[in-house]
Design a protein around this ligand. Sequence first.
Ligand code: FES
Length: 112
Amino acid sequence: MSEATSYYGHHIFFCLNKRENGEACCADHNAQAAFDRCKSQVKARGLAGPGKVRVNKAGCLDRCQGGPIAVVYPEGVWYTYVDQNDIDEIVESHLQNGKVVERLLTPPHLGR
Ligand code: FES
């Protein structure tokens, strides 16, 4: 049995992928602004750091149909957000209080 513990309590990745060929991509849905908002909210709430929360950029997570996409580990919960209010809710409910935001879950069948 592994003794390893998770370095971060929650780790959220935002797809920031940009496609130039016209195909769907998260960058076309304000992914960068959402990432920036998440980072600033996590910091403002004192949630950033080891044992707490880490916010990271990611490339394509291969679920572009559900974009814009963010995924939270260790639970592996996938979110499709729309605006800044959605990001604030993910931060407060999930990252701060451990409660999944059901209304923002990416539909399970949506892939690339
Ligand atoms: S472009 Fe964001 S999941 Fe593929």
